[in-house]
Ligand binder design. Structure first.
Ligand code: GAR
Length: 208
């Protein structure tokens, strides 16, 4: 059984895709131990509650400085000793100690085809605004392991999505979620739970 912690900041539709997959049996051998949000008002916490999963808030607002927030976040993860941490729309810079402690045990979903439209400042709707501004015709989503950089870790899976001429950032975001994110995040989890994903020389290999 792969025991996971899911970290969220907002609506939690990716969290929902994981919950649904676990319940439906399409993500076998995965147990969600805890959901952690940096935002008390995140709807993702409500989704956790409705699914009977413990949801907790660790907000930087509740700590005098970043150091103490980082310690609290690390504690909230360590307390339940997960095999894997899933960043599902978690818009917080991770404590370096967490990244070190959980090397190749943290995955992130990013709403573009890395290495395009990623790195510092590219998150949420901003990614889709930049995609439309540049006029690319194909975008997508990427699941990757997290390293010390921003969106630089080994890539596990990607899926392309067409950009339409009439797209707004909002319609594009929705299509990227529906066609790519909610597909490749659960799928990646299922592969990891099956022991099929390894990192060799900084690149992901998937057992066939
Ligand atoms: C998702 O589109 C996810 O890819 C993005 O935030 C959204 C969260 O939505 N993550 C990033 O931009 C990380 N750089 P959700 O809360 O409905 O899952």
């Amino acid at each position: 059984m792969l025991k996971i912690v899911v970290c969220v900041s907002g609506g939690g539709t990716n969290l929902q895709a994981i919950i649904d997959g676990v319940h439906a049996g399409s993500i076998p051998n995965v147990e969600i131990l805890r959901v952690i949000s940096n935002n008390r008002n995140a709807y993702a916490l409500e989704r956790a509650k409705q699914a009977g999963i413990e949801g907790i808030c660790v907000s930087p607002r509740d700590y005098p400085d970043r150091e103490q927030f980082n310690e609290a976040l690390l504690k909230a993860v360590d307390e339940v000793s997960p095999d894997l941490i899933v960043l599902a729309g978690f818009l917080v810079v991770l404590p370096p100690q967490l990244i070190k402690e959980y090397e190749n045990k943290i995955i992130n979903i990013h709403p573009s085809l890395i290495p395009s439209f990623c790195g510092k400042g590219y998150y949420g709707l901003k990614v889709h605004e930049a995609v439309l501004e540049r006029g690319v015709k194909v975008t997508g989503a990427t699941v990757h392991f997290v390293d010390e950089g921003t969106d630089t870790g080994p890539i596990i899976m990607q899926k392309a999505v067409q950009v339409l001429q009439r797209d707004t950032p909002e319609t594009l975001q929705q299509r990227v979620m529906e066609e790519a994110e909610w597909v490749i995040l659960p799928w990646s989890l299922a592969l990891i739970a099956a022991g099929a994903v390894t990192v060799v020389d900084g690149r992901v290999q998937i057992a066939e």
